[in-house]
Design a protein around this ligand. Structure first.
Ligand code: MN
Length: 511
């Protein structure tokens, strides 16, 4: 079991008061869960301490870690809301309650389940840390899923793949996403899982040995070339993402070029490109496989240089080259922005989405990071970091104006279907479902813009309102005071937000 000292060993803060807070939360939880056991028969505190440890290890601040330690107290023990408030204050209570509301309805019927999802977004829209605690709670529950009664396993695993994995992905939290996926995979697709394992075994790769050998070759070359500060690691592709790729490649593992990957983390963007040069001199690159996600980041903010090479031993390797802060961001996504008091955001950056898609021109400076006082941000700071799509879902459903059925279909259409990212002329990002049109874009920006949309330009060309938008499009809306929605717009609108606004405007015109 993780001890309070183990957890404190992970946090970035060296303040006595922060250590004391974690010790106090740990002792409080230990006492509250004294009688309480997991399905495995082990003390419940194993789960609690593990969630706390995971939060600390991913760089979350002491108050989030404390809330993680307390996350099951209100629900599962005689501890009350007042107790938590008195002992730990409003902020920690808010986090604990946010998570509690979700778990108090877990594993019941689907309506209850959707109710809990709705609450998740309401709580998250006020403080993203609720979601981060919940994801780590789910991760530990998945790690121990084999102890859960079989009739519940499939349901929990499926819920993980259908809900928590897309959320982690959307928040750029690559590490937790991969872990959740690979844990759920064998439960949800047992046959396919077996098949993937068979294919891997047939190839009979001693992957780790191969990778370790190639890593030494690479390390030596980088050092010989005068690169001083770098770090290498490697990975074998996750089974669930391998499964998807194999399906696309007719189960021919020979053409899965990213089965094995080597990662080089350096200290500056300049060193990234330099490292790429050194690697291409050492190993022959495969044509057409080089991708510059530093100059052109992925829509969820991911940045790295990718290339695929063949080594002297005929091993095909994908190589990912990135700086330390790109690495942090690709592993922890939105959570990596909660670790520091905004040391990385360029002053004057006006975009609300600066955290989702960091500016290409944001200067990378190691000194800036090491010199920043590491401090946990407050609930108010977090509000600004919450992606707009979470906020929209959160505020939409606090009004209690929609039925359960609406909620379920809205979630399916808006959130869990595939998304595109389009841009305003000043570079703000708007996140929309695939198939969205300028009508959706306009209402996503503001209802008044939607209600007075008179013309639209996509990539500087005038287009019709029913034009389908694509990833990366720059969309400019022209408004006129007397312009207003028509019934036809309902056919163009893909998002429920737009449809709702159009309907209510049409109704008010008719009355
Ligand atoms: Mn829990």
């Amino acid at each position: 079991m993780k001890t309070a000292a183990d957890i404190i060993g992970q946090i970035h803060s060296s303040l006595e008061s922060d250590k004391e807070l974690i010790e106090r939360a740990y002792a409080f939880a230990e006492k509250a869960h004294e009688e309480h056991k997991r399905y495995s028969g082990e003390p419940y505190m194993i789960h609690i301490s593990n969630v706390g440890f995971k939060l600390a290890a991913m760089g979350m601040g002491p108050r989030t870690v404390a809330a993680g330690l307390l996350h099951d107290t209100i629900e599962d023990t005689p501890v009350t809301i007042e107790d938590i408030k008195r002992e730990f204050g409003e902020e920690i209570l808010f986090l604990v309650e946010g998570v509690t509301k979700l778990s108090s309805v877990r594993y019941y019927g689907t309506d209850r389940h959707n109710e809990s999802l709705r609450k998740l977004f309401v709580a998250t829209s006020q403080d993203i840390r609720v979601l981060i605690i919940k994801l780590n709670d789910r991760l530990h529950n998945m790690e121990t899923l084999s102890h859960v009664p079989p009739e519940k396993q499939l349901r929990i695993a499926r819920e993980t793949l259908e809900i928590y994995v897309p959320i982690a992905h959307r928040l750029g939290m690559g590490k937790i996403r991969k872990e959740l996926e690979d844990l759920a995979f064998p439960y949800v697709y047992p046959e396919e899982y077996k098949h993937v394992i068979e294919v891997l075994e047939k190839k009979n790769g001693k992957y780790n040995e191969t990778l370790e050998r190639e890593r030494k070759v690479l390390q030596k070359r980088l050092a010989d070339s005068g690169l001083l500060d770098f770090h290498t690691s490697f990975r074998v592709k996750g089974l669930f993402s391998l499964y998807h790729k194999l399906k696309r490649k007719e189960w021919d593992i020979a053409v899965v070029y990213d089965l094995l990957a080597m990662r080089v983390v350096v200290t500056s963007v300049e060193d990234c490109y330099r490292t790429l040069g050194i690697i291409h001199e050492l190993w022959r690159p495969l044509p057409g496989r080089m991708k510059d996600y530093i100059a052109f980041p992925k829509p969820n903010g991911y940045k790295s240089l990718h290339t695929t090479v063949t080594t002297q031993n005929e091993t095909i390797l994908e190589i990912q080259i990135r700086t330390k802060d790109m690495h942090q961001e690709s592993e922890f996504g939105i959570a990596s922005h909660l670790m520091y008091k905004q040391p990385l955001v360029t002053p004057g950056a006006s975009s609300k989405f600066a955290n989702l898609i960091p500016s290409l021109f944001r200067p990378f400076s190691r000194r800036a990071i090491t010199e920043t006082v590491i401090k946990e941000t407050t609930t108010k700071d977090h509000k600004e970091k919450i992606p707009k799509w979470i906020n929209q879902i959160g505020t939409m459903y606090t009004k209690e104006q929609s039925s359960e059925a609406d909620f379920i279909s809205d979630m399916r259409d808006d959130f869990f279907s595939n998304r595109i990212f389009v841009f305003t002329p000043i570079g703000d990002v708007v996140d929309l479902p695939v198939g969205a049109t300028p009508v959706d874009f306009a209402f996503a920006i503001h209802s008044e813009i939607g209600n007075h949309m008179a013309g639209v330009k996509v990539n500087k060309k005038l287009v019709q309102f029913d034009t389908t938008l694509h990833n990366g499009d720059i969309v400019e809306i022209e408004t006129k005071k007397n312009a207003k929605p028509t019934k036809k717009w309902l056919d163009f609108a893909k998002t429920s937000v737009a449809k709702r606004h159009i309907r209510s405007t049409l109704e008010s015109q008719n009355s």
